[in-house]
Design a protein around this ligand. Sequence first.
Ligand code: NAP
Length: 375
Amino acid sequence: MISFSSVQSTAAAAAGSTGLLPHYDFHKLSFSLPSKPTQFRCYSHRRQQGLRIRAIDAAQPYDYEAYLINRFEQSTKLKIAVVGFGNFGQFLAKAFIRQGHTVFAHSRSDYASIAQSLGAAFFFDTHDLCEQHPDVILLCTSIISTESVLRSLPILRLKRNTLFVDVLSVKEFAKNVFLQVLPTHFDILCTHPMFGPESGKNGWQNLPFVYEKVRIGNEDSRFARVENFLDIFKKEGCRMVEMTCAEHDKYAAGSQFITHTMGRILEKLQLDSTPINTKGYETLLDLVENTASDSFDLYYGLFMYNKNAMEQIERLDLAFEALKQELFGHLHEVLRKQLFGKAEAGMRSPVLAKLPKNGTPLLPAQSETLENNDN
Ligand code: NAP
């Protein structure tokens, strides 16, 4: 015979130390048997089989475990409002929905049917969107429109501790805008998934995801919410990189901005595939494809809103000039040899000048030195 107290202790043991014991009223069990005499008669034989009752009791811890897991999973699900439902917003929303999160979408253009086909709810009006009280407002707008979009949101309609996240490809700008526009009761997480619909089309495994927890209110639930959001990218296999927005922008100007610039220069050359493509050439064609599918607004934003981008344009210019000088210098030498024979033997060959290391300011004096070196 199993007593109610032993049932309770079994269930409590199954709950472990989580403290998430569901409200089971065990005493109700004793009253749940049919009360009409006829029914008693009907079940009287079964009542002798105490084992049946024990079987129900024994099953509870198992069901309870499943119940707990389910409850835990539900508690990690977020209501995410994607503001800016263009190319990248839709791309991210697919992953959110796949992982069981609720997605609300809003954009300048009408994406209602696309949202519906993905399993998201589309809101034309930002008031209606904010009244859904999303846990997260995710800004996926173009870099150049971000500030005006953020300022246009009726943030008074949101819960006071809503988490604001951005995915802008420039980070210091996003962080400053958030800090300037949002009252201190909102949480701020700045992120940059270092991939897009093209480079991430076959999965996000090992692709870098950069983030900075800019401002998170001092409550366990708010920390947990940030972790739940970051978990979306961890679960997809991203390589999570925590760094400041300033560090990100420095690295990104020297890598991402250069990549996009080279892709756009090559695009202007209108490269065609040939029957004898080398592997290197295939890589260039891939680069054009990768960058050309991004909007010009995105590229312009990388330039305008990252203070390190201008230096990279200048470095590219200098590097190209230096390379041309090295080539033409060699050509010049060959021609002189042909013209003047051995008379000039022993003259030094022109050598490509090295640019100062990335991050070293390109002072006018240095660029002059470069030119002088190659004269
Ligand atoms: P995008 O051209 O940078 O942004 C397009 C989005 O911005 C669309 O949702 C568009 O809304 C909205 N938008 C543009 N101008 C607007 C305006 N004046 N007012 C309101 N909304 C405006 O292209 P994207 O590729 O979708 O990128 C979105 C964000 O994700 C950018 O901040 C970008 O830096 C970042 N990001 C992109 C990638 C990528 O690979 N694409 C990767 C990482 C991060 P409508 O479509 O409704 O017009």
